[in-house]
Ligand binder design. Structure first.
Ligand code: NAD
Length: 324
């Protein structure tokens, strides 16, 4: 297969590109590095099946040659990123999604939309099944992301209904793992960075709000299964094991052997209080369920953050002028 991955330079995208290449697929990765680092795919650049195209997919996508699948992941994904880039977030969710859909439709290719649990907003139904329509504030600060993804879902379904495009939608719940950026503002990466830097872990609210965390390897298996299927979705992909943010903070402190403690701050506007996917649809239709326990995934992620820190301080030391 030849697969176009938009946002392939990002956290999830780079793991997806790697997994596709390792099973023998060819990959065309499109990214503008607006919320990621070129280093995520640097190790793939020499792979004969890998092509990188620097592009803003909201302005157009031009990929010559045969295409069997388009996985559309390009989008800012963490609150600080989409607050910093509100117009770009709406543009990539709307025009970017349409450009990616057009490409898939032109080639008769499978189209995978990476949607999000944020389409459920601050849910009044718990846990969340795919038939729940959500509770989103359409004009709040998070709306640029939530509504862009809701529009992207609607557009994808319209392509499926009107043009018979082979669309599949997944709603991704919180995913963590190596290659998250330490300052991306997501809770797992922030806690790990703070713990390793000896800073107190910042908890917004009283820490009783819940999240469910899926390890990246599990998520990538789900994305591959969806690409390979003709299931339309939307399907929830995430780990149904629910934890409070306070529990997560304790687990991070334990894994990093940190004694920094925690610090409480006021909850941001529209911050969801509970999140947990029902994944029976993904289990039945894809045979998918997460397998990596949080303790193991966290150990891997902390290991990656630690070696990144070591590498950076080594590089910094190399750059420092030698003392006379
Ligand atoms: N990681 C999660 O927990 C999570 C949860 C729900 C949904 N998702 C979705 O999965 C996808 C990937 O998320 P991620 O966590 O890897 O985020 P990420 O920020 O690491 O990756 C997104 C990538 O898209 C690129 N990008 C953004 N706008 C672009 C544009 N206009 N043109 C080209 N490239 C562009 C960025 O540079 C980045 O490399 C996103 O669509 C996100 O909404 C992720």
């Amino acid at each position: 297969m030849r697969v176009v991955v938009t946002g392939g330079g990002g956290f999830l995208g780079s793991h997806l590109c790697e997994a596709l290449l390792s099973r023998g697929d060819r990959v065309v990765c499109l990214d503008d590095f607006s919320t990621s680092e070129p280093g995520n795919t640097a190790h793939l650049r020499e792979h004969p099946g890998f092509t990188f195209v620097y592009a803003d997919v909201a302005t157009g996508i031009d990929v010559p040659g045969r295409i069997d699948a388009v996985a559309h992941l390009a989008s800012p994904a963490s609150p600080p990123d989409y607050h910093r880039r509100p117009l770009e977030t709406l543009a990539v969710g709307s025009r970017g999604t349409e450009n990616a859909l057009r490409l898939a439709a032109r080639h008769g290719a499978r189209f995978l939309l990476a949607s999000t649990s944020e389409v459920y907003g601050d849910p009044v139904i718990h846990p969340q099944r795919e038939n729940y329509w959500g509770n989103v504030n359409p004009v709040g600060p998070r709306s640029v992301y939530d509504e862009a993804k809701r529009f992207a879902e609607a557009l994808s379904m319209a392509y499926r209904r009107s043009l018979s495009t082979d669309v599949g939608i997944v709603r991704i719940f919180n995913t963590y793992g190596p290659r998250m950026r330490p300052h991306d503002g997501r809770v797992v990466s922030t806690f790990i960075r703070q713990a390793l830097d000896g800073e107190p872990l910042t908890i917004y609210g009283d820490g009783s709000q819940t999240r469910s965390f899926c390890y990246v390897d599990d998520m990538v298996r789900g994305l591959l299964a969806m690409i390979d299927s003709d299931v339309p979705g939307p399907l929830n992909l995430g780990n149904p094991s629910e934890r409070t943010v306070r529990e997560l903070a304790d687990l991070v402190c334990e894994t990093t052997r940190s004694t920094s403690g925690v610090e409480f701050r006021p909850l941001p506007v529209d911050d969801p209080t509970r999140r947990r996917p029902v994944i029976t649809q993904a289990q039945h239709q894809l045979g998918w369920y997460p397998q990596v326990p949080m303790e193991d995934g966290l150990r891997e992620t902390v290991g990656w953050f630690t070696s990144r820190q070591r590498r950076l301080s080594r590089d910094r030391a190399d750059e420092e002028p030698a003392a006379c």
